[in-house]
Design a protein around this ligand. Structure first.
Ligand code: OAD
Length: 237
């Protein structure tokens, strides 16, 4: 069956084989921290040193990791896809961006980082976003407002994911939805499969193991992303 309107959702599992750790390890900790100690607005207000340092470490790791065969397979697909193609990632790394920079996408493609980007910061007063490749100081002054500070451009727990209107519009119009490397534990992303089903789309899960919402997919392929993603997309035109 030929599909025209594609939405792909990716999560931490697609970057795992590049060496970026996933979130939900067996010990329930995220790189040795409880999520509420580093990934909430309250944590930033309470301990900006800890929170900025946590994201500074994640940002410093980026030059040491590289897109893998799964990121490249999506970029190859985006280069040959004839139709609308929205890639929504929950990942704050820049591995999709780098893969698409090497293989530029066809017209109709867009990439949304719904949980923000490590390589950007935003002003606590105005919300203005700027590129930020280096470390952020605990009290980093904002260039946008005299009383503002810069914080990581990351959606923390309790905050609204980015560009939800565009994502929901694409899901309402898609005929193929593919979720890759995501546990289905965090909303609203975990609910995207239901929105795609409502639109009548064919839904596919590509993940190492069954996700928490695996029963909602029409088709499920389990295995490492670098194997299952290129294999699945090689059959799509
Ligand atoms: P998780 O860490 O919750 O889940 C990663 C998923 O990837 C799991 O289902 C793994 O089985 C799977 N996986 C691991 N290695 C894989 C591999 N090599 N190939 C394929 N799949 C693999 O990560 P997310 O679902 O992305 O939010 O987490 C969602 C959000 O929770 C994150 O964006 C983050 C976190 O809190 C924010 O920071 C706002």
């Amino acid at each position: 069956m030929a599909h025209r309107n594609l939405v792909i959702l990716t999560g931490a599992g697609i970057s795992a084989e590049s060496g970026v750790p996933t979130f939900r390890a067996d010990d329930g900790l995220w790189m040795g921290h409880r999520i509420e100690d580093v990934a909430t607005p309250e944590a930033f207000a309470r301990d900006p040193v800890l929170v900025q340092d946590f994201y500074n470490q994640r940002r410093r790791q980026l030059p040491t990791v590289h897109p893998n065969a799964a990121h490249r397979a999506i970029a190859d697909l985006a280069a040959r896809w004839r139709g609308d193609f929205l890639l929504v990632t929950q990942n704050v790394d820049d591995l999709h961006d780098r893969a698409h920079a090497v293989t530029p996408p066809a017209h109709g493609f867009d990439l949304i980082h719904m949980h923000g980007e490590l390589l950007k910061a935003h002003c606590t007063r105005t919300g203005q976003v700027c590129d930020w490749p280096g470390d952020l100081a605990p009290d980093q002054p904002s260039p946008h407002h005299p009383q503002g500070r810069l914080r990581p451009h990351i959606v923390w727990f309790g905050e609204m994911p980015l560009h939800m209107d565009r994502i929901e519009a694409a899901l309402a119009a898609c005929d193929l939805f593919v979720a890759i490397g995501t546990s289905g534990a965090v909303w609203p992303a975990a609910g995207f499969v239901q929105l795609a089903r409502r639109a009548g789309a064919h839904t596919v899960e590509l993940n190492l193991e069954p996700s928490q919402v695996t029963d909602l997919f029409d088709e499920v392929r389990h295995g490492p992303a670098t194997a299952v993603v290129p294999a699945f997309f090689s059959s799509l035109t």
